[in-house]
Ligand binder design. Structure first.
Ligand SMILES: Cc1cc2nc3c(=O)[nH]c(=O)nc-3n(C[C@H](O)[C@H](O)[C@H](O)COP(=O)(O)OP(=O)(O)OC[C@H]3O[C@@H](n4cnc5c(N)ncnc54)[C@H](O)[C@@H]3O)c2cc1C
Length: 394
């Protein structure tokens, strides 16, 4: 069948590749003038790895990513406030930490090789039904060819879902730097430092980039988007001094940063659309469920949505039955992780004084409590709620 996809981000590209590989005629539209991976590092969790393996793209991505075995968050004094070890779930379980462009290229290549047709510079503003089919409407007044299904993979700002006040108070600045060879950083751990919940920094290994001489890292610094302008006015050395009071060992990372322009500002948001399906339009990825990246699930949930939707279309005779099955396959997992993200985000990023105080007292003793290592590893791996049941052949 013909499927029109709005959005060539992670969800849209993955869905396009899955659909085209089983013979659907797939058209993808994006408002960007050319393929554009925006952002910095992200972690492909075991759930996302399973989806990429089903697509045949995991091995290629693994070649340029970093194998992450641990998330290690501490206070300035060295006390642990986040300690996640993937191997609590088994020796072969890890996070694959990559630059967003590596994932983007891998999915884009898979989609293009499977025969997907891309149209860039097309801003989707809506959709209209014509009998049993549906087509996208663009800002220039044009429409797409009629399709049996429209997939809304337009991300947080999709015109198909009404959203108000979904932005969180805190976001972060992100920069790519060569992986620091001094300072005690491990290429297998994401390291973070916290002071309360409103100040934090992190160093995340992201493997090699096509134009890098060696392994790279993403450095991030919590910032309120409303303070971005005043941060831009702050001399860089003064800001670096502020970071160093929190994390002196970050000096070799900061030495690699020479300009405010080395950073991009990421705004975080939290929102869940009331339903993933509306007639012949289905929302996937952030268009359905956006969350702050504290739990590192967004890209993985987008990959799972794409995989589940493709399987549902294969397994059911009618589009309606497939969409109902898709909503059932993904609904519980989406609800669970949106709830966990809602609860945990303020513990690590907010103005609260109480939540980080409790965290600082309880996290270290609790993290060694008998079931906690496994629970924390499952939560971060994305496997709570068994999202792979019904997707992976048993
Ligand atoms: C700083 C940061 C770090 C993150 N870290 C992680 C992590 O470690 N692990 C993880 O799993 N997730 C992480 N995430 C979340 C993850 O990046 C998102 O959940 C994921 O990108 C969602 O993919 P998507 O395809 O749904 O949306 P997007 O990637 O936002 O793609 C949407 C696409 O639609 C296009 N578009 C938008 N509007 C229109 C329109 N009207 N018409 C046409 N085209 C349009 C855009 O150009 C874009 O190409 C992070 C996010 C941020 C911001």
């Amino acid at each position: 069948m013909r499927i029109a996809i709005g959005g060539a981000g992670i969800a849209g590209l993955a869905a396009a590749a899955f659909f085209a590989r089983v013979g659907h005629n797939v058209l993808v539209y994006d408002k960007a003038p050319k393929p554009t991976p925006v952002g910095s590092g992200l972690i492909i969790q075991p759930t996302g790895q399973a989806a990429l393996a089903a697509l045949g793209s995991l091995d290629d991505l693994a070649k340029c990513g970093a194998r992450l075995e641990r998330l290690d968050g501490r206070l300035e004094c060295g006390r642990k406030v986040l300690d996640v070890r993937y191997d609590a779930l088994g020796p072969d379980i890890f996070g694959l930490s990559v630059h967003r462009s590596a994932l983007f290229d891998c999915l884009h290549d898979a989609a293009r090789e499977a025969g997907v047709i891309f149209s860039y510079g097309q801003e989707v503003v809506g959709a209209e039904s014509v009998g049993d089919s549906v087509r996208l409407r663009f800002a220039d007044g044009e429409v797409s060819p009629s399709a049996a299904l429209v997939v809304d993979a337009l991300g947080l700002r999709t015109p198909f879902v009404e959203r108000e006040n979904c932005y969180l108070d805190y976001g972060a600045l992100w920069a790519n730097v060569p992986f620091p060879s001094v300072g005690g950083f491990s290429e297998r751990a994401l390291a973070q430092r916290y002071q309360g919940a409103s100040i934090s920094a992190g160093v995340m290994p992201i493997g090699a980039l096509p134009d890098s001489d060696g392994p790279m890292a993403a450095f991030f610094w919590t910032l309120r988007p409303q303070n971005y302008e005043s941060w831009l006015m702050t001399p860089l050395p003064r800001w670096k001094d502020r970071v160093l009071t929190l994390w002196p060992e970050a000096a070799p990372v900061l030495d690699q940063i020479s300009s405010h322009e080395d950073f991009i500002l990421a705004q975080y948001a939290h929102h869940t659309a009331p339903a993933p399906v509306n007639g012949r339009i289905v929302h996937i990825g952030d268009a359905w469920h956006a969350a702050s990246p504290q739990l590192g699930q967004g890209a993985n949930m987008a990959l799972l949505d794409a995989w589940a939707l493709s399987l549902a279309l294969e397994r059911h005779e009618t589009v309606e039955a497939a969409l109902a099955a898709f909503a059932k396959m993904r609904g519980r997992h989406v609800w669970l992780y949106q709830t966990i993200s809602r609860l945990f985000t303020p513990v690590y990023q907010s103005d609260s004084k109480l939540l980080p105080a409790l965290r600082d007292k309880l996290a270290e003793p609790l993290s060694d409590f008998w079931f906690m290592p496994k629970l924390l590893a499952s939560m971060v791996s994305g496997t709570l709620g068994e999202p792979l049941k019904g997707l992976k052949p048993s």
